[in-house]
Design a protein around this ligand. Structure first.
Ligand SMILES: [Zn+2]
Length: 47
């Protein structure tokens, strides 16, 4: 077991890069961080 590189919580469904969080600009506008791709509310809810 190694704790050096923790698994990212999720991968962006659009570009496949690790997501560290989601920014919401409205009730139906959610964007993955740090890549900035738009994600669904379902994905946003997991953060
Ligand atoms: Zn992305």
């Amino acid at each position: 077991m190694t704790d050096d590189e923790p698994e990212p919580p999720a991968y962006c469904p659009t570009c496949g890069r690790p997501m560290v969080g989601v920014t919401s600009t409205g009730p139906h506008d959610h964007y993955a961080q740090p890549c900035g791709c738009r994600v669904s509310q379902l994905e946003a809810n997991s953060f």
